[in-house]
Design a protein around this ligand. Structure first.
Ligand SMILES: [Zn+2]
Length: 432
């Protein structure tokens, strides 16, 4: 039986909680080494066990087709992939809590909404991307100076957060960095910092929320955790389980020595920042989506006084950032769509093998990916974008891109119908 690396890593994470802190650091290093050398297929182990609902052929099809980009490359082009992994291992050293971090010199344009994060990740690795994006974005808004944030504490914090994102297909460190950049672009193109009179504290709360908003995400949703009685569901009383977990853990990290990015702000500022971040991150729970749509219609289209609404705007932009993959160009939008579907399908596989009811949106045997994306963009994203893009000048391009991506998926519905698993022909992602 093959066990995915992330499963081993999560067992080690568990062991770590029962160790003394000196040993914890050593084990952290081992986990980082393990995750930086992803060479095992990420297949839920139960799929590889005998399951009455899965034929051997289906298992081998899933094994062949449902891997991460890097793993697929590793299979197709082993030599190049080994080289890539070796290079990254030379460049990448896990966080030592007292370490001085030097970012690579790289001329990336953080203001480019179409910047290809996947290409950059090939060169620098995901954790380094998180650090580079964070540093450039916070420097752009002059937050190191205005918030008194020590650059080295901030880089260590970013790296620690980056390392805590699990290597899920979708909810990984690149998602955190990508959403943070989306929020940066929203502020940039809307001029809301000026229009809503946002202080550096407000800007920090939005960008930092985006950076940490899925920290330690397990790749399974709240419903699954609730139905399986997972310890996180117990800890957070079934209420916004993951979102509570992400924000609580992110604040815990900042309490560690040499990672306290809040050390130079007053207690009052810290309390305000906490309140804004907790609201924004808890607001990423999709059960709150329709409330956002109604609130956006009520508060933005009927009231153009953004100053009064700045706290609402922070949560709104955070939620928009989280949903905005399909507002990018076709290449980035498609890549994230495939990834989110695959992560859902892995949960669906887990549900099937645990004899649970398989969520229809997560059933790889029933979902037409193109149709699901048309549905998501048309029924979830565009109704949310409409009031925002109508009321905030400079945001219109988000709606135009979403519409164009929806049309693009619409043209591919038949193609994906033919490629569906239940037609005996699992879909091809067509990674290049
Ligand atoms: Zn997210």
């Amino acid at each position: 039986m093959k066990i995915p690396v992330y499963e081993i890593a999560s067992v080690l994470e568990d062991v770590k909680t029962r160790m003394i802190s000196e040993d914890q650091e050593k084990l952290d290093w081992c986990i980082s080494q393990l995750l930086s050398n992803l060479s095992e297929p990420v297949i839920p182990p139960q799929l590889l066990l005998k399951s009455p609902s899965l034929t051997k052929e289906a298992v081998s099809q899933i094994e062949q087709h449902s891997n991460l980009l890097l793993i697929r490359q590793a299979k197709n082009d082993e030599e190049a992939s080994k080289q890539l992994i070796n290079n990254r291992m030379v460049k990448y050293t896990p966080l030592n809590i007292k370490q001085e971090i030097n970012l690579p010199i790289c001329n990336i344009d953080i203001n480019d909404f179409y910047l290809d994060i996947f290409e950059l990740a090939q060169e620098f690795g995901g954790v380094m991307i998180m650090c580079m994006y964070a540093q450039k974005i916070f420097a752009y808004w002059d937050l190191f100076l205005k918030m008194g944030i020590d650059l080295q504490d901030f880089l260590r914090y970013s790296k620690y957060i980056g390392e805590g994102y699990k290597p899920n297909i979708y909810h990984n460190v690149l998602h955190g960095a990508f959403v943070m950049q989306a929020c940066h672009i929203f502020l940039l193109s809307s001029n809301l910092v000026e229009l809503a009179e946002m202080t550096p504290l407000h800007t920090t709360s939005l960008l930092l929320s985006a950076m940490v908003h899925d920290y330690k995400h397990p790749g399974l949703n709240n419903t699954y955790l609730y139905l399986t009685n997972e310890k996180l569901a117990i800890r957070y009383n079934d209420i916004s389980i993951l979102e509570n977990y992400h924000v609580a853990k992110a604040f815990q990290v900042a309490q560690k020595e040499n990672l306290n990015i809040f050390s130079n702000i007053s207690k009052e500022e810290y309390r305000t920042l906490r309140k804004l971040m907790i609201n924004a991150i808890l607001g990423t729970d999709m059960t709150k989506h329709s409330k956002y749509v109604t609130d956006a219609q009520m508060k933005l289209t009927k009231n153009t006084n953004f100053i009064e609404e700045k706290e609402f705007l922070i949560s709104l932009l955070m939620h928009l950032g989280d949903l905005s993959n399909s507002c990018r160009n076709e290449k980035l939008s498609d890549e994230w769509s495939f990834r989110v579907c695959e992560e859902f399908f892995i949960q669906g596989d887990k549900e099937r093998s645990n004899d649970m009811i398989v969520n229809p949106l997560m059933d790889r045997y029933k979902v037409n990916i193109a149709k699901s994306q048309v549905g998501f963009i048309g029924a979830v994203l565009i109704p949310f974008l409409n009031p925002i893009c109508k009321s905030i000048k400079g945001m219109e391009f988000l709606l135009e891109n979403a519409q164009s991506n929806k049309e693009g998926w619409g043209r591919r519905v038949e193609e994906f119908e033919d490629k569906m698993v239940n037609k005996g022909n699992i879909y091809e992602r067509g990674f290049s």
